[in-house]
Design a protein around this ligand. Structure first.
Ligand code: SF4
Length: 250
């Protein structure tokens, strides 16, 4: 598993890489949205690479303590309840992104994919969720279909502010370059992908609670929520968070 000291060290080492990621992001156009409901598309945590996750840790380490503590609580709650509750990306606040400058490639590319590619990606994500539903069923937890969060089919409200000609091929090329940056920390990348399924909220919950407590706690929380609708176990776990584990030492 990944320890807090590994994260601290990796964030330090990755600083030059963060600049490369930012310059790759510049190859994507700034976007506009005319849906009138900002934040609707932020119902889930975006997919991310290891280096993008480390960028987020850096942002969190630099926050004032109270802000970081509140955010860690949101991530842990998101992780513990996301199969059943629609809480949205923890960085979402009143329809605005709280980490806009460091939002991931997935956030930036949302709505820029062609309809065919956009729908294919949505379908893939839904299939993953169905696998999750079946996993919970194996542990005796029946999730109410309406409670299982779902995402929209395809968003056609996103426009481009610039003349950069965008295509699936271009988006894939940028994504590939961002992904390749993870190779600089191949061991950590393998752990992030294989042990945490590239789920930032799982990693935060593991660091703030311990992996065992996070995983077992999630089962207990989902069981209670799906059977009785109460959240005593959730409150109990949230009270056990150790936010200092995610603080910077400098
Ligand atoms: S990081 Fe920002 S843009 Fe991306 S899902 Fe979260 S709130 Fe939305």
């Amino acid at each position: 598993m990944i320890s807090n000291s590994e994260i601290l060290e990796a964030v330090q080492k990755a600083r030059p890489v963060f600049e490369k990621i930012q310059s790759l992001y510049q190859r994507l156009p700034e976007t506009t949205c005319d849906c009138g409901e900002p934040g609707t598309c932020c119902a889930f945590l975006p997919e991310m690479t290891l280096m993008e996750a480390l960028q987020w840790f850096q942002v969190m380490q630099q926050m004032p303590d109270a802000e970081r503590v509140a955010l860690i609580g949101k991530f842990v709650e998101f992780y513990l309840t996301n199969p059943i509750r629609r809480t949205g990306c923890p960085f979402l606040s009143e329809g605005h992104c709280g980490i806009y400058e460091f939002r991931t490639f997935a956030c930036r590319a949302y709505g820029l994919w062609s309809k065919t590619m956009g729908q294919a990606r949505t379908n893939q994500s839904r299939e993953e969720k169905m696998r999750l539903v079946k996993m919970w069923q194996r542990y005796g937890i029946e999730m109410v279909p309406e409670a299982i969060v779902n995402e929209m089919d395809y968003c056609n409200h996103v426009g481009s502010k610039s003349d950069i000609k965008i295509s699936d091929k271009r988006l894939m090329a940028v994504l590939q370059e961002i992904y390749l940056l993870d190779k600089e920390m191949a061991d950590l990348q393998t752990k992030f992908e294989n042990e945490y399924y590239s789920d930032f909220s799982f990693l935060v919950a593991s660091l703030a609670l311990s992996t065992k407590k996070a995983v077992l706690g999630k089962f207990a929380v989902i069981k209670e929520l799906s059977r009785s609708g109460t959240d005593q176990r959730l409150k109990n776990l949230l009270s056990q968070i150790k936010p200092d584990r995610l603080a910077s030492t400098n």
